[in-house]
Write a protein that binds this ligand. Structure first.
Ligand code: PTJ
Length: 243
């Protein structure tokens, strides 16, 4: 039991959740390493939503709402950390939700689907096909899901699939605390924020965008600016770490 007044309460609760979900076969063991990398970058941005991340989150909401067919692609880590947040974003944006895994097994797909459904997510089902040209199993997608989508939100992505989705003409929104990752640099829009902060912020923006704001945000989207702002933020914090 983690005491609520522990200075690292949020981080410890997230660790506990991800460890439990690894034991239950929802999170891949490799997902524990990915989580640790995310924690390190979160430390560097001060474990808070920066101004540039907030701008990226509003832009993400605009893109999801303007999409012909938006799909949220969910992996083990995202399901473990943010199942309820996915349900709320699905409700606010009307996006479909598809489970797509790097370390894919039918058993994990079923477990994650059950976990998401228990938290109120409507998960797409169907027969996956190798729609995305990749040699690993992340290429397996639903024709009526990611296959048909024009906008795909892929939290905690791996770079290969992001590039392949872009090459298919899809707009890719990613949530990745590492602004140096290949995914971050390849996506149409990168949100450098922790997934449990980013998803509720996108959900809130879906209901608070002013008339015309969405179009303006999409027209002025500059991912290089957003990545540079995140890196500058980390550099600033490091420069003043001991003051
Ligand atoms: O469930 P599976 O089988 O699909 O596997 C999922 C993982 C995450 C293991 C797989 O996609 C993977 O290996 O991802 P990568 O290449 O390690 O990329 C994950 C990225 O997410 C890294 O750049 C991390 O910094 C970042 N990250 C980790 N935790 C968080 C995060 N970003 C936002 N919020 C987090 N909580």
């Amino acid at each position: 039991m983690i005491p609520k007044d522990h200075p690292r309460y949020r981080s410890l609760v997230a660790r506990e959740r991800i460890a439990r979900c690894a034991q239950e076969g929802i999170v891949a063991l490799e997902g524990l390493a990915a989580h640790g990398r995310g924690e390190a970058f979160d430390y560097l941005i001060g474990e808070r939503t920066t101004e540039s991340a907030a701008l990226a989150e509003r832009t993400a909401a605009a893109m999801l709402l303007a999409a012909r067919h938006a799909v949220i692609s969910v992996n083990g880590n995202t399901a473990a950390l943010a199942a309820a947040e996915i349900a709320a974003l699905q409700q606010a944006s009307g996006a479909d939700v598809e489970v797509n895994l790097f370390h894919r097994t039918e058993e994990r797909i079923e477990r994650i689907t059950r976990h998401l459904t228990a938290h109120g997510v409507r998960v797409l089902s169907g027969t996956p096909e190798r729609i995305v040209p990749l040699s690993h199993d992340r290429g397996l997608s639903l024709p009526e899901g990611i296959g048909d989508a024009d906008v795909v939100l892929v939290p905690l992505e791996d770079g290969d699939r992001c590039a392949a989705l872009r090459a298919m003409g899809k707009a890719v929104i990613t949530i990745d605390l590492n602004p140096l990752s290949r995914t971050a640099r390849t996506a149409t829009l990168t949100i450098v924020d922790e997934v449990t902060r980013a998803l509720p912020a996108i959900t809130a923006a879906c209901t608070t965008l002013e008339p015309g704001e969405g179009e303006r945000l999409i027209a002025s989207l500059d991912n290089t600016y957003l990545l540079r702002a995140a890196i500058d933020e980390m550099r600033e914090r490091l420069a003043h770490a001991l003051e």
